[in-house]
Design a protein around this ligand. Sequence first.
Ligand code: NAP
Length: 323
Amino acid sequence: MKKKIFITRKPPEHVLNNLQKLFEVEIWNSEDIEIPRNELLHIIHKFDGLLCLLTESIDEELLDKGRNLKVISNLAVGYNNIHIEDAISRGIMVTNTPGVLTETTADLTFALMLAASRRLVEASHALREGKWKTWSPMFMTGMDVHGSTLGIIGLGEIGAAVARRAKGFNMKLMYYSRSRKPEFEAELDIEYADLHTLLQTSDYVCILTPFTKDTKNLITMNELKLMKNTAVLINTARGGIVNEFDLIQALSDGVIWGAGLDVYEHEPLPLDHPLLQFPNVVTLPHIGSASIQTRTKMWELAAKNITLALQGKTPPNLVSRLK
Ligand code: NAP
């Protein structure tokens, strides 16, 4: 009898076809509407495998109901939506999609840095609103990226890919991470610093750690106050690493110069959210890995992970280390 899997969003045709050859597959047949929590809770007992997104909270309640689950394949590199220790203690394999999204997310992180520093979104709006009256010396002036100092918090795959891009802009590089990265220090001429020093020295601070109990509220008002008032904060990692209440206060008080954000404490961001009031904040709807090529590769990798796990093999992206 074929094993059963459930996919919480509509996958590309070729991914679905391949999975259907091997498994009995049910899907939540929508690309842009989440499966209601109650629906997932109601049906999950039927399945051996779950291919899910970061929009699904895979917590104790869901794991209790999913008594037949053998694998949870997450369509993301971050897996803070899954109660990982609980899943592992029940013998459920958890997989993610690292690597295939590294360069695309680094592109977006760099784009956010350029957009926030050179006021691209604000300037485009100004033109469309008829505010461009003449070439004016100080109209829409921003901050230089080239030659400035970039501080990366969390020098992993994406952090290093951002650093490689920054070298092309002749930026001075520094990082703070959980562990020293001698291989990246040698490759990138990037200097290790404690968090305090990095925040005080950097013109741009990019956050690229996972969201864990250790990184929750890593950046609060105390840390924001250490930053230069000309500095820009970029967060393409996860909301919750930056305390949003404090960030809003810091932006209101001119503690930092601007921000570029792709992720938020609660997603999607409601339209009346205070962060949307700041012209010096570029706000994106969690599109870090959103290129057609990369999202397709993520689906393919998530499908490979669930397939191998249910065939009794070790999937390539088994999350074995608790972060
Ligand atoms: P990665 O290779 O695992 O890198 C994460 C880095 O953060 C590692 O160097 C890790 O150190 C470090 N770190 C972990 N905990 C830390 C702590 N408490 N303090 C300081 N540094 C810490 O992961 P990645 O592929 O670069 O992805 C990073 C994160 O980006 C993901 O977890 C995900 O949440 C986010 N992301 C967002 C998007 C988006 O759409 N916006 C797309 C992709 C990824 P160790 O080497 O010691 O573990």
